[in-house]
Structure formats: C-alpha cells, structure tokens
Design a protein around this ligand. Structure first.
Ligand SMILES: [Fe+2]
Length: 312
C-alpha cells in the first residue's frame, strides 16, 4: 500500500471496498487522498474556492487586519506568523497568513461584499460541500470500524468546523536563514481534516517506520484526508493521527491551501469506542466534551503576545 494511498469515491464502487481501503490507511498512519467525488463536490467549485482565497489575500493588509480572528471559535484573519504548532520551538512560526471561516451559527468576520464580491457566497458554498463530504467520509470510517455508517452522525451534526484559507509566502525582506517552515510539525486536533491545495505542494508526513518525512504530491482534483487527535483518542489509538508539516515555498512562489477541520458538536462527549478496546486493554482516555478538547488544543498553539512583538 502506498504511504498516502489514493482512494476513489466513485459512486460505481462498493461502499465496503472504499471503507476497507480507508481502514487500512487509518490503521497505518491516518492519511489518504480521495478522488472522484464530483457527485458531492465539483472540480469547478474547488478551483473557484482557491481563486477566491487568492483574491482575499491580495487585499491590503489594513483591510485584512480589521477582520482579526478573536478566539478559537470565531472565523477571521490570522496575520503572518501568528501560528506556531510547535509551542516549544521559537522558530516554529510558519511563513503563512490565514483566514478562517467558522461553520454557520458561529461568528466569522467577513470582508464587505463591495470589497470582495462573491467571496462569502463561494466560501459558504465550499463549506457546505466539504462538510457534506466529511460526513460521507465519516460513514466509510464507521463502516471500517464495523460500526453503523451513521455512528459519527451526532458528532458532525451541527458541528463546530472551520475552513482555514492559508497563504504561504516569504516577504520581500525575508532572509534565507529564516528557515523553511510553512507549518511546524504537528498533529491535527479534531476528527478529520480535508485539505484542498494548489499545485505548489509542500505537505510532508512523518513515516514512523523509516523515520523520514515523506512528501505528499499535490494532485489535481484530489483532496488529502487525515485523521486528527480526537479520532485517534476516540478509537483508543487504533486509528492514527500522524505528525505532518508544511515546507514554505521559496521566495517569489506563493502557495494556497484550504484545510477543513471538523471539531464536532461542542456538547458531544467523545468516549472511547468499546469495540476499539482489544482484549487485555483498557480505555486510555476519559470522556471529554468536543468543545473542551478543542479549546485546550487551541490555547496551547496560538501565541497572541507573539503577534504584538512581531512586525511582519
Ligand atoms: Fe495539519
């Protein structure tokens, strides 16, 4: 099996075949790629969403900065080098700026329609489609665990989720010795992440067997899916949440990517699935509310004081 296998979601395929392939990937490292999902999310919408993302980041800095993301639930702008996913490493602030959109019912600081016509509609359309795709993928994941396909339904229904528009670049004054961190090594926090990216690439996944970083090539009309810590916890670590990182493109090249993060319904209590506890094992984790878990993760990662001290 490929390190990050490509799995077709073509409606012509049997559900069990798809879920078996996902199960194998989840047991190994929790990373796979999906293709042929046009019946859920069109390729036209993928490219339109990436174009809208680029248009947003082309806005003047003062316009973007007025849309500041205020807390872990809100959507909004995250300035250049706001994020360090390796809090113990001061050089872990990545060469990127971001803008997140929260699921409906949660606040997002949108740019005015006259400033960026159609942006909000495109993002909402993409959000709805990728959220539906996450629900479909979760059904296959449940099947792969010999659970009912709707096992994860209550977690995803009315969930807090975000799409995070990310723009990787190095400013003109950037020196070569600033390192090439786009995003420092980390695991994702939530249940599943679905990544839309342009053709530049930069995602690397750590291989526990060879102890090497493996590049995941950017393929057209393909999305990368990976499991987060919450799903690993839920399955008593049978399914894996694996460290990954992003290298920043060289100066002059810009990379755009849009991960979708599913954090679940805030009040949903994640409790180790009984059938994932093998004979002789015990549940490794206590039950936890999805929102509480997400807040703990967020607060250990974002460094607002560092933003004030840094001048992009
Ligand atoms: Fe990640």
């Amino acid at each position: 099996m490929s390190f990050v296998p490509v799995i077709s979601l073509s409606p012509a395929r049997a559900s069990q075949e798809i879920s078996d392939e996902m199960r194998a990937a989840c047991l190994r490292n929790g990373f796979f790629q999906i293709t042929e999902f046009n019946h859920i999310l069109s390729s036209e919408l993928l490219s339109r969403t990436l174009s809208a993302s680029k248009a947003f980041f082309d806005l003047p800095l003062d316009v973007k900065s007025a849309l500041f993301k205020e807390n872990h639930i809100c959507g909004g702008y995250e300035p250049y080098k706001a994020m360090n996913l390796d809090p113990g490493d001061k050089s872990g602030y990545g060469h990127n700026e971001g803008y997140s959109v929260a699921s409906s019912g949660y606040p997002t600081a949108w740019p005015a329609e006259q400033i960026l016509p159609g942006f909000r509609a495109t993002m909402e359309e993409y959000f709805t489609a990728v959220n539906r795709l996450a629900g479909v993928v979760s059904g296959y994941l449940a099947l792969g665990l010999d659970l009912s396909p709707d096992f994860f339904g209550d977690f995803f229904h009315g969930q807090l989720a975000h799409i995070k528009l990310a723009h990787y670049y190095r400013p003109e004054h950037s020196q070569g010795d600033e390192g090439s961190v786009g995003v420092a090594p980390h695991t994702d926090w939530g249940a599943i992440t679905i990544l839309l990216q342009d053709s530049v690439g930069g995602l690397e996944v750590f291989d526990q067997d060879s102890l090497r970083w493996i590049k995941v090539s950017a393929r057209p009309n393909t999305l990368v899916v990976n499991l987060g810590d919450l799903l690993a916890r839920w399955t008593n670590d049978r399914y894996k949440s694996t460290r990954h990182r992003v290298t920043s493109p060289p100066q002059g090249i810009h990379r755009y990517s849009i991960p979708f993060f599913s954090q679940g319904h805030p009040d949903y209590v994640v409790q180790v699935i009984n059938s994932c506890i093998r004979p002789g094992e015990v549940a490794k984790y206590n039950p936890i509310r999805a929102e509480e878990y997400f807040k703990l993760k967020f607060e250990s990662t974002y460094s607002i004081p560092a933003l004030i001290a840094r001048d992009p």
